[in-house]
Design a protein around this ligand. Structure first.
Ligand code: 2CP
Length: 675
């Protein structure tokens, strides 16, 4: 399948703006290009909703309370990877990742601590949860109930967008088929019992982070939205009612005009889509969105420059009319946000809201020929992509075959090549470089301590609870899955009697097993962008060995961010190296076994979760001593030396160009192969 190109002549969008007059339309009226509300921020500023979570519920609760007292207006929970994948903290596969990239929630007891002292009837809570959405929603509902807040009083959003997990984010548990049933169970339950709660956040953010352009991000998001509506309709769900509580989530990258146009076009397309489904409610047609500034646009070098990037991206979100906004912290290319960087990110939004007057004008770009034309170009791109997707069998077929993932991967490869060839300039990364100045404070996650605490709490929970009641509730949940009933009430019953998140998911995976999606990695002509000399040296090394070089690339642990790993696979293949790529969620033992079958010339591990020391310690203890190990990912400078002492040959981070990587690998391989 081919992507259409966004019509553009010398930087000016060339599609005649059919909607050129749309700037005369009233704000807050269908098709909502100019904003979902008449007075927009004049009536209510956007919600400042910073995504956060780390270590245990107690630590995150303290962070939330601080943020609220500082003026943040909504909460957004980041869960750790074991919780996303439905493993309790004491599960073998969870050990490295507990509390690292989010808070560890094993049961309703943790959820109660997470919101202790926070009135759930008053503060709206967003939860980024997809794979383990059933037990996490159930924990939230039961914790609120025990706080005295009934479900109908709860406001907030559950992400509950599984399609983009298969396409880009990778925290899915079951097959797409089973998971679509879970999505609609949550949507149906929320619409019946939680009228103030947004039952989905249909997300494009992760597509852009994985490599998609803003227009591809929008096209895939709208294609998924259509697939969900079709699915709900087939399930007999009343679209007129549920569509009011389907919200959206977009990324904000550095293509300023395109980002503003994307958000305007999104509202038009949603309104048009609901017309197609004969939905009459104006409120449902009003697309409401959360936006987050881009993580991949942040550089490791000169990190304070990231404050500028984030501010510009946030402004695109505000000009585009977002309802809710997260601004990234300047140190996120290096580590999880420190307190200092989180504070700057939060205060960036305060400055925008209180000092600039940026929200005083509704849709300030409306009527600009360029912006109306760009908006129309986006709309046409999405319509053409939708036709192409349908011709190829529709979203569900393309998700199952992995083709949409490949589509994004191709754009990621092109971006990597453009940066290497300086067609795309990134200050401090491929031009205007200066010596890296690390941020002074980096957040250190006490993962081992959190693991111990969580394991202790789980043991105590299991001692206190009524095991018989838990067993019966889990059996009922499993039976409901077998008989295809709505699983939400059964999960709530199980969580109420203190079944754990992991136990609920285990009951379900016994019925609908864990799933691993197919992976395809495209080739790309990287060598044309590298120094000719280095390409030649690889060829010579291979001829001297009289065999191709062999490499293994793997992601270890539960981290599914695979954009970088896949770019490296394509790069090495283009250099003539035979590369095996292990499916995501590999364990160190999987890698050792793979190497034992036919030893590699080098092994590269990609780790973005912060668990690098844990995994590298394990692999260097178990692997043969003459195997060079390379690591890539989000690695704080202070950990680089530790990793090298443990035995890693080279640590690669976002600051390395592909040419740097090719040269460093070559130098190590020459020594390792004893040529
Ligand atoms: C708002 N309201 C207004 C106006 N503005 N009424 C009249 N005029 C206005 N100008 C009303 C709304 O209709 C609503 O009323 C209420 O005020 C709250 O406003 P809202 O716009 O709904 O704001 P919100 O409560 O903050 O909700 C925003 C979203 C919601 C976008 C609808 O879905 C949301 O907060 N999403 C956040 C998702 C998120 O945080 N995701 C985390 C991503 P009613 O209540 O009567 O309707 S991080 C993920 C990471 C990166 C990951 O995924 O890995």
């Amino acid at each position: 399948m081919k992507a259409p190109s966004l019509a553009k002549i010398e930087g000016v969008y060339s599609v005649a703006p059919e909607t050129a007059d749309s700037w005369r339309d009233a704000h807050g009226k269908a098709p909502f290009v100019r904003g979902p509300y008449e007075k927009m921020y004049q009536q209510k500023p956007w919600t400042i909703r910073q995504y956060a979570g780390f270590e245990g519920a107690l630590e995150t609760n303290a962070f939330f309370k601080r943020a609220l007292s500082q003026g943040q207006t909504g909460l957004s929970v980041a869960f750790d990877l074991p919780t996303h994948l439905g493993f309790d903290s004491d599960h073998d596969l969870a050990a490295a990742d507990v509390g690292r990239t989010g808070v560890a929630i094993d049961s309703v007891e943790d959820m109660a601590v997470l919101f202790d002292g926070i009135d759930l009837g008053n503060v709206s809570v967003s939860m980024t949860m997809n794979g383990a959405v059933l037990p996490i929603m159930a924990c939230f509902i039961v914790a609120a109930e025990e706080q005295g807040v009934a479900p109908d009083k709860l406001s907030g959003t559950i992400q509950n967008d599984i399609l983009k997990e298969y396409i880009a984010r990778n925290t899915y548990i079951h097959s797409p088929d089973f998971s679509m049933g879970v999505v609609s169970d949550v949507v149906a339950y929320c619409s019946a019992h939680m009228p103030r709660f947004n039952s989905m956040s249909i997300s494009g953010y992760h597509f852009q982070e994985a490599g998609a352009s803003p227009e591809l991000e929008l096209a895939l998001t709208m294609a998924n939205a259509r697939a969900y509506l079709t699915h709900f309709q087939q399930q007999g769900i009343d679209l007129e009612f549920v569509a009011k509580r389907l919200s959206f989530f977009f990324g904000l990258g550095m293509s300023f005009y395109k980002e503003v146009a994307k958000l305007r076009a999104a509202r038009f397309l949603w309104s048009e889509l609901l017309d197609e489904f004969s939905i009459r409610s104006e409120n449902a047609k009003r697309l409401k969105m959360h936006c987050q500034t881009s993580g991949v646009s942040l550089t490791e070098s000169s990190p304070l420059n990231n404050i500028v990037r984030t501010t510009i991206e946030a402004m695109a979100g505000v000009f585009g009319g977002t309802q809710s906004l997260h601004t990234n912290s300047y140190d996120e290319a290096i580590s999880l946000p420190s307190d200092q960087a989180s504070k700057v990110a939060l205060e960036t939004q305060f400055i925008l809201q209180h000092e600039t007057g940026i929200g005083d004008v509704v849709d300030p770009w409306g009527g600009s020929y360029m912006m109306e034309s760009a908006t129309q170009s986006m709309i046409e791109y999405v319509r053409t992509m939708q036709k192409n997707i349908e011709t190829e069998g529709g979203v569900l077929a393309l998700v199952a075959s992995g083709q949409l993932t490949t589509f994004i991967h191709r754009q990621a490869l092109q971006t990597a090549m453009d940066e290497e060839a300086l067609n795309k300039k990134i200050v401090g990364k491929n031009c205007y470089q200066s010596p890296t100045s690390s941020p002074q404070h980096q957040r250190v996650i006490a993962s081992d301590k959190t693991l111990l605490q969580q394991s202790k709490k789980l043991a105590q929970l299991k001692l206190k609870r009524d095991d018989g009641a838990v067993k019966r509730a889990l059996q009922a949940l499993q039976a409901a899955a077998r008989s295809k009933q709505n699983l939400m009430p059964f999960t709530i019953d199980a969580i109420r009697v203190r079944a754990t998140v992991g136990e609920c998911i285990k009951a379900l995976t016994d019925e609908a097993s864990r799933y691993l999606k197919p992976e395809y990695i495209e080739s790309a002509p990287f060598c044309t962008h590298l120094d000719a000399d280095i390409v030649k040296r690889y060829q010579t090394l291979s001829s001297q060995l009289d065999r191709p070089l062999r490499f293994l690339i793997a992601k270890v642990g539960l981290d599914g961010h695979d954009r970088g790993a896949k770019v490296i696979v394509s790069l090495l293949r283009d250099l003539g190296i035979e590369v095996d790529y292990l499916p995501i969620f590999a364990s160190i033992d999987d890698i050792i076994q793979q190497d034992a079958m036919c030893p590699y010339d080098g092994i590269g591990l990609s780790i973005l979760s912060g668990a690098h020391i844990h995994f590298i310690t394990q692999i260097t203890q178990k692997i043969r001593t003459d195997c060079p190990i390379f690591v890539g990912g989000v690695i704080p400078t202070s950990d680089k030396n530790t990793l090298e002492k443990i035995g890693v040959e080279v640590v690669f981070t976002a600051k390395h160009s592909l040419n740097d990587i090719a040269i460093s690998l070559y130098d190590t391989l020459v020594v390792a192969t004893k040529i």
